[in-house]
Design a protein around this ligand. Structure first.
Ligand SMILES: *Cc1c(COP(=O)(O)O)cnc(C)c1O
Length: 470
């Protein structure tokens, strides 16, 4: 059709892409990406669980000279799907049992895609009031699901490492600089955080865990008394709710009592295990969680979200802002008052995308009960695994029982090198992958069973292949 001469050209008409793609190209490529992702979900069960590439080979295929001229985007998408994504762990595969799986759900992925597509920002109230309310909403939904007090506030970060770091900064800002108490089972990113915050080695008290690999309240009391006697100031206890190694949970109620007695901050690293508190059996194990001053969980682990997503919840209103507010001149026109939240004042991140959209989208799409069921299934699968291991006492020995989706066990007659060889053989076969670990000088194999797609048959076949003669 000829343009209608009577319509003046729109003086604000712009091309759709900043860098010059046409709308037609954008739609075709965008639809292609959706197809590639969904196609992969459909054949996920048949793919290799983990592949680790060779640096020189991958660099030859993915590196090369800086492209001065355009490269066909379809070729780049193909290279991504065929090389990049083939050389990684598939933490959402039903037989990925290593470290901590990442069983991301599709509604959460859609939320992340929307957030990226609209280039959301959640830094100031004025610049992102919609995303800010979504973040406040999901923080309070999760606090409610975990049984934390209504006054709880939160901030979404890249993961447990940054979540714990944020909680530690708030603890120091509220309590004042002093000693932090951890155990030898505390995740290794936590002492790193404390060192980088400026705590000296004698302010990072790593207590020996008890026989069940939990913090001992008596050991904690004694260490605090020693520090006070030597003129040091106890600042915070870092309790673990579901350790990465064994799923063990420190005695949260006893720790809360000790913190109350000494005016200390109680921080709970639930990066792995806190989501268990949304189920009935998990709530019993995590009793006392509701007394914490700060709680960290990693929705990219056991809350079915894609990377990256960590959550730091703080039960003292205003404490996040007291620690992190800036309020400089050049942000004055977008600052908040009265019930409005500037998320750039709740952590070290200022410009930040809306990480809340994926949680909001997935909680709305599936509903809270689906999350409870999916987490409960992970707890059940580990218990099923333990029962099966105990039914074959000539082959297996249970080292730590099923706890919040983790079970650790040894193969009779295998030492650490044999365990590592069995785990490596399984990973190399592509069928399944799991971790080997050390528990108080005992070598062990470890299964983490939080993917709701995992079947009992997946577990039985994995154990059979592990047990096959080396
Ligand atoms: C995974 C984990 C962390 C670190 O979290 P990231 O998301 O990897 O930064 C901290 N603590 C525990 C208990 C964990 O399992």
């Amino acid at each position: 059709m000829m343009p209608n001469d009577s319509t003046p050209p729109d003086p604000f008409a712009i091309p759709p892409d900043t860098m010059g793609m046409t709308a037609e190209q954008m739609r075709r490529l965008g639809h292609r990406v959706v197809d590639m992702v969904v196609d992969r979900f459909e054949r996920r069960n048949a793919e290799s669980v983990i592949t680790t590439g060779d640096a020189a080979d991958l660099t030859a295929r993915l590196g090369g000279d800086l492209p001065e001229a355009p490269v066909d985007p379809d070729t780049t998408l193909d290279l991504m799907a065929q090389v990049v994504m083939q050389n990684m762990q598939h933490g959402d595969h039903p037989r990925y049992f290593a470290r901590v799986p990442g069983p991301a759900s599709f509604a959460a992925i859609l939320g992340d895609w929307m957030g990226t597509g609209f280039n959301t920002i959640c830094a100031s109230w004025g610049g992102g009031s919609g995303p800010a309310v979504v973040e406040t909403t999901v923080c309070s939904w999760i606090a409610q699901m975990l049984g934390l007090p209504d006054r709880t506030e939160g901030v979404l970060l890249s993961g447990g490492s940054m979540g714990n770091f944020t909680g530690f900064c708030v603890a120091r800002s509220e309590i004042g600089h002093g000693v932090a108490y951890l155990t030898d089972q505390t995740h290794s990113s936590l002492p790193r955080n404390l060192r980088q915050m400026g705590l000296s080695e004698d302010e990072i008290r790593i207590l020996p865990s008890d026989d069940a690999l939990r913090m001992s309240a008596d050991t904690l009391r004694n260490a605090i008394a020693d520090d006070i006697a030597e003129g040091r100031r106890p600042m915070m206890v870092v309790a673990t709710a579901g350790s990465t190694n064994t799923g063990a949970t420190d005695p949260l109620d006893a720790i809360a009592d000790i913190c109350a007695e000494h005016g200390m901050w109680m921080h709970v690293d639930g990066a792995y295990g806190a989501p268990a508190a949304i189920t009935e059996p998990g709530r019993a194990v995590l009793h006392g969680l509701e007394r914490a001053d700060s709680v960290v969980l990693d929705p990219h682990k056991w809350f079915f979200q894609p990377y990256d997503l960590g959550l730091c919840l703080v039960t003292r209103p205003g404490a996040l802002e007291r620690c992190f507010s800036m309020n400089p001149e050049y942000l004055r026109d977008v600052q908040a008052t009265g019930g409005q939240v500037n998320y750039g004042n709740r952590s070290l991140e200022l410009s930040r995308r809306s990480r809340a959209l994926k949680l909001w989208m997935s909680l709305r799409t599936y509903g809270a009960q689906a999350f409870r069921d999916a987490v409960a299934r992970g707890i059940d699968l580990a218990e099923f695994t333990e029962t099966h291991l105990r039914s074959q006492p000539d082959t297996w020995e249970v080292i730590t029982p099923a706890q919040l989706g983790v079970v650790c066990f040894a193969h009779r007659g295998s030492d650490a090198a044999d365990h590592a060889a069995r785990a490596a053989r399984l990973s190399e076969s592509g069928f399944a992958t799991l971790s080997s670990t050390m528990l108080k000088d005992r070598s062990a194999l470890r299964l983490c069973t939080i993917n709701p797609l995992t079947t009992r048959e997946d577990i039985l076949q994995t154990l059979d292949r592990l047990a096959a003669p080396l």
